[in-house]
Write a protein that binds this ligand. Sequence first.
Ligand SMILES: Nc1ncnc2c1ncn2[C@@H]1O[C@H](COP(=O)(O)OP(=O)(O)OP(=O)(O)O)[C@@H](O)[C@H]1O
Ligand SMILES: [Mg+2]
Length: 273
Amino acid sequence: MSAATLAMPGVATDAVPRAGGEAIGVRGVGKTYRTKRGEVQALADLDFSVRENEFVTVVGPSGCGKSTILKIIAGLLGVSSGEVSVFGRKVDSPRSDVGMVFQTPMLLKWRSVLDNVLLPVEILRRKRADYMDRAQELLRLAGIAEFAAMRPKELSGGMQQRVAICRALVYDPTLLLMDEPFGALDALSRDMMNVELMRIWSERRKTTVLITHSIQEAVFLADRVLVMSGRPGRIVADVKIDLPRPRHPRVRGTQEFMVYSNRIHQLLGVEYA
Ligand SMILES: Nc1ncnc2c1ncn2[C@@H]1O[C@H](COP(=O)(O)OP(=O)(O)OP(=O)(O)O)[C@@H](O)[C@H]1O
Ligand SMILES: [Mg+2]
């Protein structure tokens, strides 16, 4: 995507591909962590799939295994049982085509903000110069362009997380996995980042899985919301969000939106009870 495309004002055109074949398949996945103090069963018999170009959000109580399943899909963590496939291939090692945003920013403290954003480009041995415009444009979109030369510790927690989001988007990954990417942001920045993410996604339609504790965010962004049970996590509901796209931020005030939000709230409430 060129910087010019990225910077295009307004929300997406309708000329975007529809969801395609299976991008992610999670079949019968169980995960038990073995620690000195015993075993923790994080996931048990988890099943779901995500189609190509789909935007899926995941909500569920704290500790139900959301981060765990995302790391498994990225190939950063092995399963204890079951199988995960990405684009038809079994995941058994870290994938280079996955853009991952972790729950904490995980920036390299000795590198500048810009150099942190460009890190994946270097790891993939691509030419830095080819990605410089895009990195700067992403920083601008994230509202932190003027911090490009600073070190991460000079930024607030929310700003650091925005750097991590730019880093995940810089090399145009096929799959975007985001673990509560906006959790550290204030409400207004969060709303703005939601809209920006929506715009970027609509232009490129990357297969995306995003974990969030915000029901509003889950509904606004998603084609489908997966609701997980308490630990060990399972999918208790798969809610298709039939709100038309492109979605204007005002959709959050509509009756239809409220109905979806209330339904998911209820589904989670049952689990929290
Ligand atoms: N490295 C680990 N070693 C041992 N136990 C772990 C490890 N990582 C996670 N767990 C445990 O596995 C369970 C699921 O953790 P996970 O981080 O996936 O939850 P989560 O749904 O992402 O929670 P949150 O919403 O609070 O981020 C928790 O009970 C946690 O204590
Ligand atoms: Mg987590």
